[in-house]
Design a protein around this ligand. Structure first.
Ligand code: NAX
Length: 347
């Protein structure tokens, strides 16, 4: 069987890092052939065409076909998996509302093109920032495609959180589990260690033995380090996260397609779980079961998480601008709340 994968922003940095891993079988395994559709804007076509030449030179046995286009109707034709990476970055002097409007102009038409041209079971992963809002806009524009088929990437934040715990506790990172991200891929996110396990045992005791005052360490060291890791990468590397973002995207989509036993994190549509307003796209602890994200329910939400969310809500109320343009959401109830939550866009 061949899977058709559409990648927007294919001429950009994350696109370049993603393409070769997909072609090598990292996304769908060593037996699944792939057909790639690289969707760019005219200015990005040269870079995407160059990447397509290199894909050819990679002589990847799993890669059946590559098409480069700036036409969404061609780009999403028959698409099984859409990776929406291309987005409008915040330019100098750009207000939050301008950023949201510019991205609504991208993700609205892409959602409509997905509804019109993609395969019936299409699954859409939004990476381009502000990811949760862009996912909501695309979903709201996608007609009959259920909102549950759209999700936003917060796996990079979860990976960053697990890696920080691993380093602090001096344990292998793959023994650190259950560190969900609540909220958005933005500075108001909440990486939650209250359910974390290390080698199957609660992480709390091990943490206390090493850091002493765990609440202070969480508030002053861990949470800011994870939430501001994107800025740290930019400062040290001189450019935003690329390979780690591509890796997280691969893991997110692979888990969605293949299923998970353990929890992970993804921005998915709320049906009111944990008090998140219905219709918002927010990051939750999730499992993938039969190809669908399911929010892990019934978790005790710690006082710290509750307090953090209150702070987030106050910050959001303080934001005077930032609602998603009304016409981008066709009367979607949760639209302006989503826009206020998400426009910060961590990287
Ligand atoms: P680049 O600027 O290198 O690439 C973006 C590409 O998208 C460009 O080639 C541009 O021509 C293309 N593009 C713009 N509008 C398009 C449209 N309408 N259709 C198709 N292509 C379009 O950015 P890159 O470093 O690759 O980052 C891509 C996005 O990922 C950004 O929005 C960035 O903020 C976001 N990120 C999200 C992360 C997450 O965890 N959710 C983490 C990493 C990353 O910062």
């Amino acid at each position: 069987m061949t899977t058709t994968i559409t990648l927007t922003g294919a001429g950009g940095q994350i696109g370049y890092a993603l393409l070769f891993r997909i072609a090598a079988g990292d996304l769908l395994g060593p037996d699944e052939k792939v057909r790639l559709r690289l969707l760019e804007i005219p200015q990005g076509l040269g870079a995407a065409e160059g990447a397509a030449l290199e894909l050819q030179d990679g002589a990847f046995g799993l890669l059946e076909h590559v098409e480069v286009t700036d036409d969404p109707a061609v780009g999403f034709d028959g698409c099984d998996l859409a990776l929406l990476v291309g987005a409008r970055p915040r330019g100098p002097g750009m207000e939050r509302g301008d950023l949201l409007a510019a991205n609504a102009g991208i993700f609205g038409p892409q959602g409509a093109a997905i509804a019109a041209h993609a395969a019936d079971g299409v699954r859409v992963t939004v990476v381009g920032n502000p990811a949760n809002t862009n996912a909501l806009i695309a979903a709201a524009s996608a007609g009959d495609v259920p909102a549950e088929r759209f999700s936003a990437l917060t796996r990079l934040d979860e990976n960053r959180a697990r890696a920080q715990l691993s380093e602090t506790l001096a344990v292998p990172v793959d023994t650190v589990r259950r560190v969900p991200i609540w909220g958005n891929h933005s500075a108001t996110q909440f990486p939650d260690v209250s359910h974390a396990t290390v080698g199957g045992r609660p992480a709390a005791e091990a943490l206390e033995a090493i850091v002493g005052d765990v609440p202070t360490w969480l508030d002053q060291t861990f949470i800011p380090r994870v939430a501001k890791r994107g800025a740290e990468i930019i400062r040290v590397r001189g450019s935003s996260s690329v390979a780690s973002a591509a890796n997280a995207t691969i893991e997110h989509v692979r888990d969605w397609v293949r299923g998970t036993e353990e929890w992970t994190s993804a921005g998915v549509v709320s049906h009111g779980e944990y008090g998140v307003p219905e219709g918002l796209i927010s990051s939750f602890p999730v499992r993938s079961v039969d190809g669908e994200w399911q929010i892990v329910e019934g978790l005790e939400v710690s006082d710290r998480a509750r307090a953090h969310r209150r702070v987030g809500r106050r910050a959001r109320r303080g934001a005077r601008r930032g609602a998603i343009p009304r016409d981008a959401l066709k009367g979607h109830r949760a639209g302006s709340e989503q826009g206020r939550m998400d426009a910060g866009g961590a990287r």
